[in-house]
Design a protein around this ligand. Structure first.
Ligand SMILES: O=C(O)C(=O)C[C@H](O)[C@H](O)CO
Ligand SMILES: [Mg+2]
Length: 401
């Protein structure tokens, strides 16, 4: 069997997605998600100009060898663009392998370790009452785990808060700017979780994304102040370039920590996992080298009782979601999977077999990862340049968004 062609499909059904389609001489095709929010065309070019020419004529069944060829063969290793491109190839090849075998991908990964993948929803409100209502709606829908974000008094444009009901950080054109105040945020957040626990009790798993905004000692203070509300996790409390920082946070608080949505290889995760400085690893299929590499990360994590909590915001396409659900169903150390609903337009461009019932998702029984693309429909939504925002302090200093 040989790869005869590979193509990039860029589409914008509400937001931009980059999809790799690999075709073979036996007519079997596979899809991989290559979307890197705000930097989409760099991955499209990396694939078209540098990767696809190397794929033509290769046996698509040699997934590990192709992965190593693209990783070691580039000489320039790691980085979000390289690893998103390799991830797209890897995901498409696993899709093809599943289709050849006539089996859903999770069967090739060892079969089900559980009946369904617990997912967490995003509840966002402009203030505490609105966030309480949103959390209540998701509890009603059967979600067992809910991420709560709220507008902070005195701050406009806080991470995670939508103008409408659904939050989408990337906006058309150049990056939008917002002003950040750590003091206002730290004074406010405990009151949100106090209100949530008073209203809904200790039952629902509650999560919160700090989105890299705090210094280590501020993150330690937040974790400590949230302990009475027993969070499932506190996400990205501080940027993870300096991983020693997490030791300081750990020394002060038992609030569980989740990190890794911007990681792209096992090398980013290794020290945090081996030193047991985190509880959940959030690397994704689309940004961390595909099924092959994310499984390697999950296996390392399992040795240290670190569980997965894969990134699944709307900028990860349904192709990534499908692949993530197969992996999540199969590995022994799933924690939870992020689930942000895609727009109806996106769901029709990417028909899929995954389903959601009572807070648990299942990838379905379709051979491969179970996600396809309607190319005719995709062509009706041309690429629209969009960028992630930036944050500044009140005095104009650039901060972490
Ligand atoms: O979903 C999350 O936890 C995020 O932090 C979402 C990110 O801001 C988003 O994926 C950036 O593209
Ligand atoms: Mg996040």
């Amino acid at each position: 069997m040989k790869i005869t062609n590979a193509r990039i499909i860029v589409t914008c059904p509400g937001r931009n997605f980059v999809t790799l389609k690999i075709e073979t001489d036996e007519g079997v095709t596979g899809l991989g998600d290559a979307t890197l929010n705000g930097r989409e065309l760099s991955v499209a070019s990396y694939l078209t100009d540098h990767v696809i020419p190397c794929l033509i004529g290769r046996d698509p069944q040699r997934i590990e060898d192709i992965w190593q060829y693209l990783y070691r063969g580039a000489y320039w290793r790691r980085g979000p663009v390289t690893m998103a491109a390799i991830a797209a190839v890897d995901t498409a090849l696993w899709d093809i392998k599943g289709k050849i075998a006539g089996l859903p991908l999770y069967q090739l990964l060892g079969g089900q370790s559980r009946d369904g993948v617990m997912v967490y929803a995003h509840a966002n409100g402009r203030d505490v009452p609105e966030t309480l209502d949103r959390v209540g709606e998701y509890i009603e829908k059967g979600y067992k785990a809910i991420r709560a974000q709220s507008g902070v008094p005195g701050l406009s444009g806080v991470y995670g808060i939508a103008k409408g009901k659904f939050y989408e950080p990337a906006t058309k054109g150049l990056p939008q700017e917002s002003v950040w105040s750590t003091e206002a945020y730290l004074d406010f957040v405990p009151s949100l979780f106090e209100a949530l626990r008073v209203k809904y009790g200790m039952g629902p798993h509650l999560l919160h994304d700090v989105h890299h905004r705090l210094t280590p000692i501020e993150a330690a203070r937040l974790g400590k102040s949230l302990e009475p509300y027993r969070l499932f996790w506190m996400e990205d409390p501080t940027p993870a370039e300096n991983q020693e920082a997490f030791r300081l946070i750990r020394q002060h608080t038992t609030t569980p920590i989740a990190v890794g949505e911007v990681f792209n290889s096992v090398w980013d995760c290794k020290d945090l996992i081996q030193n047991q400085l985190i509880d959940y690893i959030r690397a994704s299929v689309a940004h961390a080298g595909g099924i092959t590499h994310l499984r390697r990360i999950a296996d390392l994590a399992a040795l240290y009782q670190v569980r997965t909590g894969c990134h699944g915001a709307t900028d990860l396409s349904p192709v990534c979601m499908g692949a993530a659900l197969h992996l999540g169903l199969a590995i022994p150390n799933l924690g939870v999977q992020e689930h942000m609903e895609h727009s109806p337009e996106t769901d029709t461009v990417f028909p899929h077999s995954y389903t959601l019932t009572d807070g648990y998702m299942h990838p379905g029984e379709t051979p491969g990862h179970g996600v396809e693309i309607d190319e005719e429909l995709a062509a009706k939504y041309p690429y629209a340049p969009a960028a992630l925002p930036v944050a500044r302090l009140a005095d104009g200093t650039l901060w972490n968004w």
